[in-house]
Design a protein around this ligand. Structure first.
Ligand code: ATP
Ligand code: MG
Length: 410
């Protein structure tokens, strides 16, 4: 083969693309019901936007970002995630000054240079939401409930894990305690974590390496170090989640791979995905808007991995739909072409086989495209002026005199 798609970059051809649409439709249904509106953001930005927001020491920025220089010498990155762009747009357009709070959602491709495997691609798709303007814990609970609703709508089973990773006030104290703990165990950490230990020790908690997880299981817990404000916030989030009937598990070692989070973080994990278990993840990021030059605005959001959700979707029984027109002879074919056109204009799915093979071959084609009905126009039909309407699932056939009558029967 001379040309192939790049490694980790997959085509979604039918029926996979239909599964993709199903996920997006369900996502949109749920978030629109909750008042979120779509924002369409660029797939590339100045690289420094991501360096600043996702964080210099994050895996995404350090190892995974597609960065290149454009012909004007600008340093560009293909977006590795959606929040940075959403926040940039929110600030750039002064949205904070026009609305008391803002609810956005987005759907689109993201790009990360990772080792491709099931559920991990270099071009993948996220559906995400951002909620700007609420510092209150009720917003955290509402957002998590929306995420829960999306997965339920798709019949995807996943376990919710939550944690609080504190704020500027309390996290440094925890960081100290963690460094103190890890210092004596650096030798047991993977090479990546040895570096994380130097640059951003909280990241060690997020490592998937078995040895590191072993070490981490004995580490101090951030929830024991939260300041009063963060503790109260966290308690309230849990209280409201209970109120809304959302089941969760507290995981005091849950941190996220991005630097911008504060207080609440959460992940929905599924056992059906092997190592790539997280299908949806998010949290609160109260400092990010201020950090990229906007007024300090509390915010939170999440992103769902569409590719991973697709792996978990139950198989869909393809349902029969529409009409397949089968003809014999030029006159019948001409009538067929017009009929297809007529049916489509009435909103009915209609197809025709231009090859005009045998009845049997055309019947087979009708079955393969999963038509509900075949309309047969043969020599007899042309001569006497009627259609034969055949229901493909039962084989029942009847005569229909006119297009209008046909329409009424469908
Ligand atoms: P992981 O720990 O699996 O690498 P992450 O923390 O990097 O995930 P986020 O940046 O939080 O992931 O992205 C949110 C969601 O997007 C993930 O939970 C996952 O479902 C999906 N996702 C992330 N990276 C990929 C990828 N390379 N391929 C497919 N889906 C991905
Ligand atoms: Mg990752």
């Amino acid at each position: 083969m001379e040309y192939r798609a790049l490694r980790g970059v997959e085509d979604l051809i039918p029926p996979e693309s239909l599964r993709f649409e199903r996920v997006v439709d369900a996502f949109k249904r749920v978030v629109e019901r909750a008042g979120f509106k779509e924002v369409i953001l660029p797939v590339f930005e100045e690289a420094r936007l991501f360096t600043r927001s996702v964080g210099e020491s994050s895996d995404i920025v350090k190892k995974e970002m597609y960065v290149f220089e454009d012909k004007g010498g600008r340093v560009i990155a293909l977006r590795p995630e959606g929040t940075a762009s959403a926040v940039r747009a929110y600030v750039e357009h002064g949205v904070y000054a026009k609305e008391p709070f803002t609810k956005w959602f987005y759907v689109g491709p993201m790009f990360r240079f990772e080792r491709p495997q099931a559920g991990r691609k270099r071009q993948f798709f996220q559906a995400g939401v951002e909620l700007f303007g609420f510092s209150q814990p009720g917003a955290d609970a509402e957002l998590i409930k929306v995420a829960d609703d999306i997965l339920k709508e798709l019949s995807v089973e996943a376990t919710l894990e939550i944690n609080s990773i504190g704020c500027k006030e309390c996290r440094p104290k925890y960081r100290e305690a963690l460094i103190e703990f890890l210092k004596e165990r650096v030798g047991q950490l993977c090479p990546d974590c040895v570096e994380r230990f130097e640059r951003n020790p909280l990241r060690v908690l997020d490592c998937k390496n078995e040895g590191c997880r072993q070490v981490v299981s004995g580490a101090p817990k951030i929830t024991d170090y939260l300041c009063d404000g963060c503790r109260e916030h966290y308690e309230k989030v849990k209280e409201y989640l209970n109120l809304l009937g959302v089941e969760f598990r507290e995981n005091p070692f849950l941190v996220r791979g991005l630097d911008y989070y504060t207080r609440t973080v959460f992940e929905f994990k599924s056992s059906g995905l092997g190592a790539q278990s997280t299908v949806l993840a998010g949290g609160r990021y109260d400092y990010l808007i201020g950090e990229i030059g906007g007024p300090e605005t509390p915010a939170l959001g999440f992103a769902m991995g569409i590719d991973r959700v697709m792996l978990l979707l139950p198989e869909l029984e393809e349902k029969r739909e529409g009409v397949f027109v089968i003809t014999r002879g030029e006159e019948a074919y001409r009538e067929g072409l017009e009929l297809v056109n007529f049916l489509r204009s009435k909103g009915i799915k209609a197809e025709i086989d231009h090859r005009q093979g045998s009845f049997k071959a055309q019947m087979k084609a009708a079955d393969r495209v999963k038509a509900e009905f075949a309309v047969i126009i043969g020599e007899e039909e042309v001569k006497e002026g009627f259609y034969s309407l055949k229901e493909l699932s039962t084989g029942k056939q009847e005569k229909v005199e006119t297009r209008e009558e046909l329409l009424a029967r469908l």
